[in-house]
Design a protein around this ligand. Structure first.
Ligand SMILES: O=C(O)[C@H]1O[C@H](OP(=O)(O)OP(=O)(O)OC[C@H]2O[C@@H](n3ccc(=O)[nH]c3=O)[C@H](O)[C@@H]2O)[C@H](O)[C@@H](O)[C@@H]1O
Length: 443
C-alpha cells in the first residue's frame, strides 16, 4: 500500500528534459528508483514493526507502556515470578488468621512505611502480600534487611514493579485481595530535579496501572494510598486543611502526588473504586529512609561531617510537622478498617463509592534547627552546622497539618513528639549500623 502510494507520487513527478530524450535510460532509471524505493519502504516498515510490536517493554496486555529503563530503574528487576512454588508462597502469605481479617496487597512493602504497615497488619492476623521492585534510589541492602524482617513475620514480598500489568493480574488471580495498601512510589522532594522520569514512571504510570488492574478485579479491592503533605506546595494558610488549595506544587514530586489525587477521583467516579489518599507529613523513625534529613544528619554528625541546614529568606525558620512512624501506621490501619467496599465489578461501576483524603501529620511543626539540637543530645555529638539558603529545588518553608478530619473519621491521634521519636530512631540506627559491619553511608 505504502509502495503503491509512493509510485503514483513518482509517476506524477515533474518531467525533466533528459527524461524524454533518453527513453531507455529513463526506464532503467525508473526501475532503479523503484527497487531503491521498495528497499527503503521495507526498511521503514521493518523499523515501525520493531518499534511498536517487538519492543520488549510493551506487551499486548499492557495498559501503560513503561518508560525507558533509565527512567524506571528496571535494570534491577532481575527476578522472575510465577510457578507453583511462587503461588504457594503468595497464598500462604495472604492467609487471614483473625476473624474479620482482610487480605491486603501492600505495594512498596520493602520501603520504610510499607515494612511497618505490613508487619502491623500481619501481627493482628490480616493476610499480607508485599510487592516491591527493590530499586536503588537508596541502599537496596536496607530494603533487603526489611524484607528479611518481614519474612520472619510471615510476609512474602513479591519482587516486581507496579508497572508490570501481567504480574499484577497474576497476583489478583491467585488472591482475592479485599484491600490494597499502595505505598510504592518514587519519594523525595529534591531528587525530582535529577530524575524526573522516575516520578512519572512510579507515581503516575504505576498508579494508573495498578488502578486499571484493581478496577478489573472481581471483587474490586478498596485502595488506600500514600499522597503527601507536599501537595500543599506554596499554600500559606496554616495549619493545612484538606479543604485548602493544592494547585501550587513546589516540586515535580508534589505535582505527581497531586496528579495521583486527581487520578484517584477519576477511577472512583468511572469505576466505583473505593479510594483513600493519605497525605503523610515527613514521616521518620526506625528503618527509615536514608535520603531524609534526620537520617543523613545522624550519619554525618557521627562521622564529624558538616550538615547543611536550610533557612528561608531573612533568616526565616524552616520547619516540618515531623510525624513518627507508629502514628502513621495507626492512621494507615484505621484507613483500611474504615474503607468501604468498592462498588464496581469487571470494570463497571454499580453505584457511588467512597473517596477520601486525610492529613496524617503531628500538628506540631518543629524547626529543622531544633531537630538538629535533639540529635546532638541523643548522639552526644556537636553538629557542624552549615546554615545555607533554602535551595530552589522543591522544598517548602514549612508544613503543618490540621488533623481534625482524620481524628473524627479515623480516630487518628498522634502520640509521639519529635524528641521521643528521634530517641527510638537513634537507638535503632546505632544498633543497626554497628551490627554486622553495615555501612552507615547508605546512598
Ligand atoms: O511530607 C511529605 O510528604 C514528604 O516528607 C519528606 O520530605 P521533606 O519534608 O522535605 O523531608 P526531608 O528531606 O527529610 O527534609 C526535612 C527538612 O530538612 C530540611 N533539609 C533537608 C535537607 C538538607 O540538606 N538540609 C535541610 O535543612 C528540609 O528543608 C526540610 O525542612 C519526604 O522526603 C517526602 O518523600 C514526603 O513526601
Amino acid at each position: 500500500m505504502f509502495q503503491m502510494k509512493q509510485m503514483s507520487h513518482l509517476d506524477h513527478a515533474p518531467s525533466t528534459p533528459g527524461k524524454f530524450k533518453m527513453e531507455k535510460s529513463y526506464s532503467r532509471l525508473r526501475w532503479h528508483s523503484f527497487t531503491k524505493l521498495t528497499f527503503w519502504s521495507f526498511v521503514f516498515i521493518g523499523l515501525i514493526y520493531i518499534l511498536f510490536y517487538r519492543s520488549p517493554s510493551s506487551s499486548p496486555s499492557s495498559t501503560v507502556n513503561p518508560l525507558p529503563s533509565d527512567l524506571s530503574r528496571r535494570s534491577l528487576r532481575t527476578s522472575s515470578w510465577g510457578g507453583p512454588d511462587w503461588e504457594k508462597r503468595v497464598r500462604a502469605s495472604s492467609r487471614i488468621r483473625s476473624r474479620n481479617g482482610m487480605s491486603v496487597l501492600v505495594t512498596g512493602a520493602a520501603g520504610f512505611v510499607g515494612t511497618h504497615v505490613s508487619a502491623a497488619l500481619k501481627r493482628r492476623g490480616d493476610g499480607v502480600v508485599g510487592l516491591d521492585n527493590f530499586n536503588d534510589y537508596y541502599d537496596p541492602s536496607l530494603k533487603r534487611d526489611r524484607q528479611a524482617l518481614l519474612e520472619r513475620a510471615g510476609v512474602f514480598i513479591v519482587e516486581g514493579d507496579i508497572n508490570d500489568v501481567d504480574l499484577l493480574k497474576k497476583l489478583f488471580e491467585v488472591v482475592r485481595f479485599s484491600h490494597v495498601m499502595h505505598l510504592a512510589a518514587q519519594a523525595g522532594v529534591r531528587y525530582a530535579m535529577q530524575n524526573p522520569g522516575s516520578y512519572v514512571h512510579s507515581n503516575i504510570a504505576g498508579f494508573v496501572n495498578l488502578l486499571e488492574v484493581c478496577k478489573e478485579a472481581n471483587p474490586q479491592p478498596a485502595i488506600v494510598w500514600a499522597s503527601s503533605s507536599s501537595v500543599y506546595g506554596l499554600n500559606t494558610k496554616v495549619p493545612f486543611s484538606e479543604k485548602d488549595r493544592t494547585d501550587q506544587p513546589a516540586s515535580l514530586y508534589a505535582a505527581t502526588k497531586k496528579a495521583g489525587e486527581e487520578i484517584a477521583h477519576t477511577y472512583n467516579h468511572i469505576y466505583g473504586l473505593s479510594l483513600t489518599g493519605l497525605r503523610f507529613f515527613t514521616v521518620y523513625g526506625p528503618w527509615g529512609r536514608p535520603d531524609m534529613a534526620y537520617f543523613f544528619f545522624t550519619r554525618d554528625m557521627l562521622k564529624g561531617k558538616s550538615i547543611p541546614i536550610f533557612e528561608a529568606a531573612n533568616h526565616g525558620t524552616v520547619a516540618r510537622d515531623f510525624t513518627y512512624i507508629d502514628d502513621i501506621v495507626k492512621g494507615c490501619l484505621a484507613s483500611l478498617d474504615t474503607a468501604e467496599k468498592s462498588t464496581g465489578s469487571g470494570g463497571k461501576k454499580k453505584g457511588p463509592a467512597q473517596l477520601r483524603v486525610f492529613n496524617l501529620g503531628n500538628t506540631s511543626p518543629v524547626p529543622v534547627t531544633d531537630l538538629v539540637s535533639s540529635l546532638e543530645r541523643l548522639l552526644k555529638v556537636k553538629a557542624k552546622r552549615n546554615i545555607m539558603k533554602l535551595p530552589r529545588n522543591g522544598d517548602v518553608q514549612f508544613t503543618h497539618a490540621n488533623i481534625s478530619l482524620a481524628q473524627r473519621e479515623l480516630g487518628y491521634k498522634p502520640s509521639t513528639d519529635l524528641h521521643a521519636g528521634l530517641k527510638k530512631f537513634v537507638r535503632w540506627y546505632l544498633s543497626y549500623y554497628s551490627a554486622g559491619g553495615k555501612k552507615a553511608d547508605a546512598r
